[in-house]
Design a protein around this ligand. Structure first.
Ligand SMILES: Cc1cc2nc3c(=O)[nH]c(=O)nc-3n(C[C@H](O)[C@H](O)[C@H](O)COP(=O)(O)OP(=O)(O)OC[C@H]3O[C@@H](n4cnc5c(N)ncnc54)[C@H](O)[C@@H]3O)c2cc1C
Length: 474
C-alpha cells in the first residue's frame, strides 16, 4: 500500500519540491520486512533529517533508520516560504519560559543555524539556495507601527541588536513596495529554497550512513521497551524512537492536546526578473507584515515573487490531510491580497498555489521530550511557523535526548512535557474558528484604520502565543 492510499502525508506538491526534484529525484525504497536499529526516526522533514545528521555526526556508529510516509520534504519542509528567521522575535516569550541566559543562547544558536546550514552544505557539495538578503518586519497601517518595539527594547540591555529601524521610504527603496509605513530590517536573516534544503539534508543523511525508507508510513507505535514502529509491510524495533511528525503529531493521543493545526497559503508568480529589477528589489530583503496572521513576500533566485498568507484552513482533530484539501483562500483572493502589498509585481501570472499545515503550540514555541507513555520515544513539534532554523536546534535537542547526553541541548527549557493546552474536539475546532475569525477581523480593521468591537477584542485575546500581532488594548 502506498502512503497516499494509507491517507498519510500531504496531498500537495509545492513549487519548491517540483523544482528541486528536477535536479535530484532519487527515492529510497519502501520498508519490506523487520529491522532492528539503535534509533528509528519517523518523519523525513527538517526535524527528522537534522536529528539523523546530528546523531551520525556525534556517534557515527549509531545505526539510524529513518522512515517517511511519502517522500522526504512532503510535509512542511518542502512547502514553506523559506524565511530563515532566528528566534529573536520570540525573545520575550523565550525569556519567560527559559530564563534570560537560555533565551539569549537559543536566540544566538538560531542565528548561527544560518551558518550551520551554509557550512554543512558546502562540506557536502550540496546547495540549499541560501541567500543572505535580510528580512523586513514592516507595518502596513498605523496600528502596526512599532509592534517590534517590545522585542527591540527587551534585547537592548544585552547588547543584542539584530534590528535596524527603517522608514516607509527606505522600505520602498529596498523592495519597491510602497505599501509599508515603517519597519525593522534584520540584515543577518536569510531565505532558503526549501525544496533544495530538504533534498540537501536527505542527501547528507544518506552520505552519513542513515538507512532510509520512503513511502513507509508508521501505522502503529508499540509503546514497549524497546519500542516498535509498525509499517504496512514491516516493523522496526529500536532502542529509541524519534517522532519528527510536525502537524501529524496530532495523530498521537499524547500529543494532540498540545497542537492546533492551521494551514498557510502560498502563491508563486511566473518568473518576472525584469519587473523585480525595475522595482529595485533584486537581491533585496524579504518582507513580512506585522499582521497577526502574517503576510510575507520574497523573491526567488529565478526571478519569481512568492506571497504567503497565514491563517488558512483548520484541521478538525488529527485530520491534517483533509484540511490540506481546502485552500484557505482562492487563487483570485490570494492574488488580490498580494496586489494590496506589491501592486506592480502582482500583475504577473500565478505559476503555482499550495497550502501547508502549521503546528501551532499554545506558546508559539516548539516542545521536545520523552513521550509520557514510553520513555524511549521522543517528540519534537510545535514550531508554530518558524521551523527553517528552529529545526536545526530541534535536531540537536532530539539527538542529545536520544543519546542521554547531559548537555545544554538536553537541558534546554524547550524540553517540556506535552500539556492539555487545547480543548478536545469539537470544542477545539469551533473555538479555533472563532479565534481565527476574530484575528481576521482585527487584521482587516487595522488595515482599514478602524477599531474592533469589544467581542472581537475578547476573542482575539484567546489566540495562541507567538503571533506577534498588535495588542488591541494599546
Ligand atoms: C506554507 C508554510 C509556510 C511556512 N513558512 C515558513 C517560513 O517561511 N519560515 C520558517 O521558519 N518556517 C516556515 N514554515 C514552518 C516550517 O516549514 C516547519 O516548521 C518545518 O518544515 C517543520 O519541519 P518538520 O521536519 O518538523 O516537519 P515536516 O517537514 O512536515 O516533516 C514531517 C514529516 O512526517 C511525515 N509523516 C507524517 N505522518 C507520518 C507517519 N505516520 N509515518 C511516517 N512519516 C510521516 C510527513 O510526510 C512529513 O514529511 C512554514 C510552513 C508552511 C506549511
Amino acid at each position: 500500500m502506498t502512503a497516499s492510499q494509507a491517507g498519510l502525508g500531504p496531498k500537495f506538491e509545492s513549487f519548491w519540491l517540483e523544482d528541486a526534484r528536477s535536479e535530484d529525484d532519487d527515492v529510497s525504497p519502501t520498508l519490506d520486512g523487520d529491522r532492528r536499529c539503535d534509533v528509528c526516526i519517523v518523519g523525513g522533514g527538517y526535524t527528522g533529517l537534522w536529528t539523523a545528521i546530528h546523531l551520525k555526526q556525534a556517534a557515527p556508529a549509531t545505526h539510524v533508520v529513518l522512515i517517511e510516509a511519502q517522500r522526504c520534504g512532503s510535509g512542511g519542509s518542502g512547502a514553506n516560504a523559506g524565511f530563515a528567521a532566528p528566534l529573536w522575535a520570540h525573545f520575550p516569550l523565550l525569556r519567560q519560559m527559559c530564563g534570560t541566559e537560555e533565551a539569549l543562547r537559543l536566540g544566538r544558536a538560531s542565528h548561527a543555524a544560518i551558518d550551520d546550514i551554509e557550512s554543512l552544505c558546502r562540506r557536502h557539495g550540496v546547495d540549499a539556495g541560501l541567500e543572505r538578503n535580510g528580512t523586513i518586519w514592516g507595518a502596513t497601517c498605523p496600528a502596526h507601527v512599532g509592534v517590534w518595539n517590545d522585542v527591540v527594547d527587551a534585547l537592548q540591555p544585552y547588547q543584542v541588536h539584530p534590528y535596524r529601524r527603517l522608514s516607509g521610504e527606505e522600505i520602498a527603496e529596498r523592495t519597491g513596495a510602497r505599501t509599508f509605513l515603517a519597519g525593522v530590517l534584520e540584515p543577518a536573516n536569510a531565505t532558503v529554497h526549501p525544496g533544495r534544503l530538504v533534498r540537501a539534508l536527505r542527501r547528507i543523511a544518506l552520505d552519513l550512513g542513515v538507512e532510509m525508507y520512503e513511502g513507509t508510513p508508521m501505522r502503529r507505535l508499540h509503546r514497549e521497551r524497546p519500542p516498535q514502529v509498525e509499517t504496512p509491510s514491516g516493523t522496526i524495533t529500536a532502542e529509541r524512537v524519534v517522532l519528527a511528525l510536525y502537524a501529524w503529531s496530532a495523530a498521537l493521543p499524547e500529543l494532540r492536546p498540545s497542537v492546533a493545526v492551521i494551514c498557510t497559503d502560498i502563491i508563486v508568480s511566473e518568473a518576472q526578473p525584469e519587473r523585480i529589477d525595475a522595482a529595485g528589489w533584486t537581491d533585496g530583503p524579504a518582507l513580512m507584515s506585522a499582521h497577526t496572521m502574517t503576510e510575507a513576500l520574497r523573491t526567488t533566485a529565478d526571478g519569481r515573487v512568492l506571497y504567503n498568507k497565514s491563517g488558512g484552513a483548520l484541521a478538525f482533530g488529527a485530520r491534517v490531510d483533509a484540511a490540506l484539501e481546502r485552500p484557505g483562500h482562492s487563487r483570485s483572493r490570494m492574488r488580490a491580497l498580494f496586489a494590496r502589498r506589491h501592486p506592480r509585481l502582482a500583475e504577473a501570472p500565478t505559476a503555482r498555489q499550495w497550502n501547508g499545515p502549521i503546528d501551532r503550540s499554545r506558546l508559539g514555541l516548539p516542545l521536545f521530550g520523552p513521550l509520557p507513555t514510553c520513555p524511549d520515544v521522543f517528540y519534537g513539534f510545535g514550531y508554530s511557523g518558524r521551523g527553517v532554523l528552529t529545526t536545526v536546534l530541534g535536531g540537536r535537542i532530539l539527538a542529545s535526548l536520544v543519546r542521554d547526553a547531559d548537555d545544554e541541548w538536553a537541558n534546554t527549557g524547550l524540553v517540556r512535557p506535552p500539556g492539555r493546552d487545547f480543548p478536545p474536539e469539537p470544542f477545539r475546532y469551533f473555538g479555533a474558528l472563532m479565534v481565527r475569525g476574530a484575528i481576521r477581523r482585527k487584521d482587516r480593521r487595522d488595515d482599514e484604520r478602524r477599531d474592533i468591537d469589544p467581542l472581537t477584542r475578547a476573542v482575539y485575546h484567546l489566540k495562541p502565543g507567538g503571533w506577534t500581532g498588535t495588542d488591541p488594548n494599546r
